[in-house]
Design a protein around this ligand. Sequence first.
Ligand code: GMT
Length: 375
Amino acid sequence: MKIGIVCYPTFGGSGVVATELGLALSKRGHEIHFITYSQPVRLDLLGTNVHYHEVTVPEYPLFLYQPYELALSSKLVDMVKLHGIEILHVHYAIPHAYAAYMAKMMLQEEGIYVPIVTTLHGTDITLVGSHPFYKPAVTFSINKSDAVTSVSQSLKDDTMRLFNIKNNIDVVPNFIDFSRHKTQFSECQRHIIANDDERIITHISNFRKVKQIPDVINIFYNIQKQMPAKLMMVGEGPEKMEAERLCEKLGIEDKVVFFGNSNEIDKILCFSDLFLLPSQTESFGLAALEAMASGVPVISSNTGGIPEVNIEGVSGFLSDVNDVEEMSNNAIYILSDETRLDTFKVNAAKEAAKFGISKVVPQYEAIYLRTLENS
Ligand code: GMT
């Protein structure tokens, strides 16, 4: 099949999922066209089956906001015509599902039919999509998609609850491509970060409010009172500066390393002992799954789709949002005993193995075929 993939090209989970899926599909012989405003960060491989088409939005001073949706839908029309793209798979509804529908309508005028598959990722439904300013357009574009998927059962339930949805939603969970996720290194560079007696705790996110960054710092503060430990904070975002200030205020700045965005999270996870994800809401928690795939247990909140990934008492522990005390106690429980920590590490890797990409790609292929047959 010739498949056009639209996504955010950033470090966010939806872009990562879209890129990994596109690469896996290309290995199975499909022709993949990424259409977005810059090359997706995890797209290091352009080849005969993998193409990237940049959407450019010319600046015009009249516009306070440059019309990205317009440029995207025009680019989609051009690329479908030029490359004979048969199906458009858009990741994150806003504004991608809307732009794809406009492209579909324009193409239909010329007798070309291209179905749209929309994958809902989380904040496009929960925090952003359900806002009254966006809701009518999001509802419309979901209902106009030829197939809709969500990355967890929890997100499907939220979508049905928050929107008036008329079509079926297939749950297709996020995944790990173990062939690209290098969990085994000949040498984990642990000594760069910590001494032998120190535990290494990790958090990776886009440092937005929803990630409860102060909770991450406070949990670590409690851990390091009980045992020697270091905290690695990976990512960039609006809450980062405040997080640095809080570390200074608590007097733990020499125990916390801020890395910024990284394309080598597998190398960081390789020497991590524990992953913290105390988010306010999380449709899936791909960062937690990536940690587990590297054999890192997870202390998380029990919100949204996280319980579908992190299993209580097996791969880690889950607590109510904001319950810093319980999360700290659970973290200390896992970290304070070598044998217990090893058991949790093995369990985390076993749970992650259930999310191998080989189970997921055929599900998307079946959805593509179904929408093409129905068109
Ligand atoms: O975490 C974010 O805010 C980024 C966002 C995205 O669109 O990339 O993440 C969402 O999609 C990920 C991939 O499906 C999920 O793993 C995240 O849980 C989800 N984030 C939220 O629901 C807050």
